[in-house]
Write a protein that binds this ligand. Structure first.
Ligand SMILES: Nc1ncnc2c1ncn2[C@@H]1O[C@H](COP(=O)(O)OP(=O)(O)OP(=O)(O)O)[C@@H](O)[C@H]1O
Ligand SMILES: [Mg+2]
Length: 255
């Protein structure tokens, strides 16, 4: 069928149990190639766990993740590493190594995964730093950067290996509203310009409606709703509505 979406990542009946506690419960959804897919939900509902399972860094207790129709649980060792090279990770804390400068941080994954000449690696890193607007800051140490710049450097590192999918865990946490909007714009621009797929975990509602093509909302480890940003906005689910509005009163149980 011509208008069938091209699915890059498929999550099927994912369950995760930590120390006898069910953190994710039969979560299933598809991510289309080229879209910005947001995973939304309250603190501790399992968003980061879901992201790590999708990126192949954490094994689910049950269920499967298919990348380009390939079951990731069926591959191991080098094969899994090869698949994971198609993924870029942008962590909540930016996770830059403090003893390396910005360029060396971005070079790190390229050095790890290729045998390219250091001069080529340096050019590749500089290209990515230019893409995120950090051209000229190559020799800066992470401690010399602002929070927003650190996030952008982390993003450049996530893009280093020309990934098909970039996973972001709370890319705008701790940023002021303007810098937050800048990072959001960058995520949208990079996704479209590089024709990559972005999967973003956040609980910042403004960000969600700025960047999301589609949204999956998790609640207590279960998938509550998945749909376009507009469908989520118009949801008649009272939990979704309470979360979007940030109301104190409503069905959400806060412990
Ligand atoms: N490695 C682990 N070992 C044991 N329990 C874990 C582990 N990782 C996560 N959990 C538990 O799983 C639950 C979900 O955690 P997760 O980090 O996925 O939530 P989250 O939605 O990302 O929360 P936040 O919004 O606060 O980042 C939490 O109760 C957490 O304690
Ligand atoms: Mg988290």
């Amino acid at each position: 069928m011509a208008d069938q979406p091209d699915i890059i990542l498929s999550v099927r009946q994912i369950e995760k149990i930590y120390n006898g506690r069910q953190v994710l419960d039969k979560v299933s959804f598809d991510v289309a190639r080229g879209e910005i897919f947001v995973i939304l939900g309250g603190s501790g509902c399992g968003k980061s766990t879901m992201l790590r399972i999708m990126a192949g860094g954490v094994k689910p207790t049950r269920g499967q993740v298919f990348f380009n129709n390939r079951d990731m649980s069926a591959v191991k060792g080098d094969e899994l590493e090869k698949i994971r090279r198609c993924f870029g990770m942008s962590f909540q804390s930016a996770a830059l190594l403090d003893f390396l400068n910005v360029e060396e941080n971005v070079c790190l994954p390229i050095k790890e995964h290729t045998k390219l000449d250091p001069r080529i690696i340096s050019i590749m890193a500089q290209t990515k730093l230019n893409l995120v607007g950090l051209g000229g800051f190559e020799k800066f140490m992470p401690s010399e950067l602002s929070g927003g710049m650190r996030k952008r450097a982390g993003l450049a590192r996530a893009l280093a290996m020309d990934p098909q999918i970039v996973f972001y865990d709370e890319p705008t946490a701790g940023l002021d509203p303007v810098v937050c909007a800048v990072v959001d714009r960058l995520i949208v621009d990079l996704t479209r310009k590089l024709a990559i797929t972005s999967i973003v975990v956040t609980h910042n509602m403004e960000s969600v409606f700025r960047i999301a093509d589609r949204v999956a909302m998790l609640y207590q480890g279960r998938l509550l709703q998945v749909g376009t940003a507009q469908e989520i906005k118009d949801s008649d689910n009272p939990i979704v509505q309470q979360f979007i509005r940030g109301d104190i009163e409503g069905p959400i149980q806060v412990s």
